[in-house]
Write a protein that binds this ligand. Structure first.
Ligand SMILES: [Mn+2]
Length: 296
């Protein structure tokens, strides 16, 4: 079957044929998690995975920067996770699926959904890699102790991860509470690069990488990008990162560290405006390419 034929598989990331997307031959496994129970301002991130997968069917498989088609390594797409259970149960399900993926020596690529889902992924990876650190690109610190009556809110996800003793590097931050700023100052395992200090600069990148351990998980809240690039997100913030800055930074991280998984969360698709969906699809595919070029 050919991707360009009339019959390509629309539920499959990139719409690639079975020989490049079956479980056994795939280096990457895409897990769509359409979960948005705790999103604060506008809900709709549950539609994120479908929008990304639909857009992905139309992006070029040849990467002009990397000069290859990264689909040759195989990319399997799982069915959307059933999230019709309570938030803690969703996290448990994610942890189980991710455990299966990493035990098969494959790299999990999770598409959200709201940011809270990252905790389920991290639980699984933390059990496998005891030196795991997390790189977070985000407009928000997500370090609240509790938000709107729950400790499992998207606004608390990095706090929960920090409580596991995991080292966190966060970049692009430009929205946080006074308490979160205080927590960052007192926490030893959190290194924060505020947007105002890094936009249009490269000198912070090596410093940020120096705070990561060898095994790194990357979580990208798409609101790290400026709303000019990604307007389709629940709580957009002015003054964000641009495409080339993000990809240049990620390229360097992949060159220096072993990336054991990554996600993109908080896309909130808007009718008639698909640029954000395409950016997220392109970004995830780009990261797969970086991963293949730098098999450490
Ligand atoms: Mn955010």
């Amino acid at each position: 079957m050919d991707r360009d034929s009339h019959f390509f598989i629309k539920s499959n990331f990139l719409g690639i044929p079975p020989e490049k997307s079956d479980w056994n031959n795939s280096r990457f496994v895409v897990l769509p998690v359409p979960f948005d129970a705790t999103t604060s301002f506008q809900s709709g991130t549950r539609k994120g995975p479908r929008a990304v997968i639909e857009a992905s069917a139309y992006i070029e498989l040849y990467d002009e920067e990397l000069r290859m088609e990264s689909t040759d390594a195989g990319i399997h797409t799982l069915d959307q996770l059933d999230v019709s259970v309570n938030p803690e149960e969703v996290l448990n399900k994610i942890e189980c699926v991710i455990t299966d993926i990493v035990n098969a020596d494959k790299i999990p690529v999770t598409i959200g959904g709201e940011h809270s889902i990252t905790f389920g992924v991290i639980k699984a990876l933390h059990a496998k890699y005891d030196d795991l650190s997390v790189l977070q690109l985000d407009a928000h610190a997500d370090l609240r102790q509790e938000y709107q009556g729950t400790i499992w809110s998207h606004a608390c996800v990095m706090r929960r991860i920090s409580e596991l003793g995991i080292n966190i590097v966060q970049a692009g931050i430009r929205s946080l509470s006074k308490d979160e700023a205080g927590f960052i100052s007192s926490a030893r395992n959190i290194h924060t690069y505020y947007a105002a200090d890094i936009i249009d600069k490269n000198d912070w990148m090596e410093d940020a990488i120096s705070h990561l351990s060898d095994n790194v998980y990357i979580t990208i809240d798409v609101d790290a990008f400026d709303p000019a690039y990604v307007p389709a997100t629940g709580t957009p913030e002015p003054g964000g990162m641009n495409w080339y800055q993000v990809t240049k930074f990620l390229s360097r991280v992949f060159q220096r560290k072993k990336i054991v998984g990554f996600d993109a969360v908080e896309l909130c698709p808007q009718p008639g405006q698909t640029a954000s969906d395409f950016l997220v699809a392109r970004l995830l595919y780009k990261m797969m390419g970086y991963s293949l070029l730098n098999k450490i």
